[in-house]
Write a protein that binds this ligand. Structure first.
Ligand SMILES: Cc1ncc(COP(=O)(O)O)c(C=O)c1O
Length: 391
């Protein structure tokens, strides 16, 4: 019987093992075999079927990580999903798998700032050069491609400034020029958008966010197509970037309610967005305005929007932005997002990165809100009282 993904997420235990409702946490460094022949036979099976869950050492994973990878592979509709100790580990693994000294990369200008630091500064020391393209003007992308370009790294929407790009255009250029593609899809997760299906080679999700959903675990996933599988498999082996079983268990548990939570985050964010949109001091960075390019690009590829949004505020009295944020009572102040709770962050310039195209103008401020699962009318009331301080 074919099942919808919502049903599949609730029945993962039945699908993958036959014991408790939740899969057991299998912790291992050493894996004991019945004999040397048994050990060698397992190694041969792993060689023949590298995604079959055959392990001879704990660093390769255990049945707990295998179950998570199987669930995510189904969610992504990909060839395989690698799981890493953090989302940033997956960013690194994607790049490390296909880029070599002497190669060049194209990266979206408003990329997550640690990804920017890695590509702009650190990789330069390894003779890997990055050019940042303007996500609102994909002509710059084509202009920057050289014979050395190996990878186009997209993040959609852009971190903090939330631009949505025409993704199929990027893929068609990359395919024509034989360049690998990777996308950071943490904002939407494959619940709202499946990048591998439209032609990306690699798709990254920080499992720290919506997958786990409870702000108590770090993890990452890197979905791949068949074309790049062997390259990523080798890089995974070389770097040892693999998720541990306890974290895999928590992420698997979080995934049971991914659809329920994301639908609710989306509903709440929509209500908060329509309240904030009425405020003249705020430019809302969220796909909500039907005639905007961002909305059109979002609608073209996504079946829903998550709970993360930005507010661009123009004021000469910067202190009043701090006062507004500090007056919020139901929003926590802190990094990350994707948990059940609402969060607010007044972004500093170092957090928006050293951008070329998407930099803030004088007197512009960015506030990032994560809209959680609380009652949206309470969140709106809280924002309303705090916004009185914005001058
Ligand atoms: C868009 C995006 N990608 C990747 C990451 C990195 O994930 P992690 O914190 O799990 O390393 C983050 C974290 O904030 C993020 O916002």
């Amino acid at each position: 019987m074919s099942k919808s993904f919502k049903t599949f997420l609730k029945h993962t235990a039945k699908d993958f093992h036959n014991q408790s409702v939740n899969p057991p946490v299998v912790r291992a460094s050493t894996i004991i075999f019945k004999s040397m022949q048994h050990l060698r036979k397992t190694q041969a099976k792993a060689k023949k079927n590298p995604i079959g869950g055959h392990y001879d050492y704990g660093r390769q994973g255990t049945s707990t990580t295998y179950i998570l990878q199987k669930i995510l592979t189904k969610l992504e509709e990909s060839y395989h999903v690698f799981t890493t100790p953090t989302g940033f580990g997956s960013v690194f693994l994607a790049i490390f798998s296909v880029v070599r000294p002497g190669d060049e990369m194209l990266v979206a200008d408003p990329v997550y700032s640690p990804t920017r630091i890695l590509t702009e500064n650190y990789l330069k020391e390894f003779n890997i050069h990055t050019t940042f393209y303007d996500p609102r003007n994909l002509k710059t992308l084509e202009k920057f491609i050289t014979k050395k370009t190996k990878l186009i790294f997209v993040e959609n929407p852009g971190s903090n400034t939330f631009e949505f790009q025409d993704l199929k255009k990027i893929i068609s250029v990359a395919k024509r020029k034989k360049i690998f593609t990777a996308i950071d899809n943490t904002w939407a997760t494959p619940y709202f958008f499946k990048p591998i299906k439209i032609g990306f080679d690699m798709s990254i999700v920080s499992a720290t966010k919506y997958y786990s959903g409870h702000s108590d675990v770090m993890g990452g996933s890197l979905a791949v197509n068949k074309k790049v599988f062997n390259k990523v498999k080798l890089a995974e082996k070389i770097t040892g970037l693999r998720l541990g079983p306890d974290d895999a268990y928590l992420i698997t548990r979080g995934l049971r309610t991914l659809d329920v939570r994301l639908d609710r985050h989306s509903e709440n964010a929509k209500k908060v967005a329509s309240f904030l949109d009425k405020n003249k001091k705020i430019e809302l960075l969220y796909p909500h305005k039907k005639n905007s390019l961002n909305y059109k690009m979002w609608k073209k590829y996504y079946s829903g929007a998550s709970g993360l949004m930005g507010l661009k505020i123009k004021t000469k009295i910067s202190n009043s932005v701090t006062k507004f944020v500090n007056s919020l009572r139901l929003f926590g102040y802190g990094y990350s997002w994707g948990g059940f709770e609402s969060l607010a962050l007044h972004q500093e310039s170092r957090e928006t990165g050293n951008r070329k195209y998407m930099s803030l103008e004088k007197n512009e401020h960015l506030v990032r809100l994560h809209i959680g699962l609380e009652d949206p009318s309470d969140l709106i009331a809280d924002l309303k009282q705090a916004l009185r301080h914005l001058k």
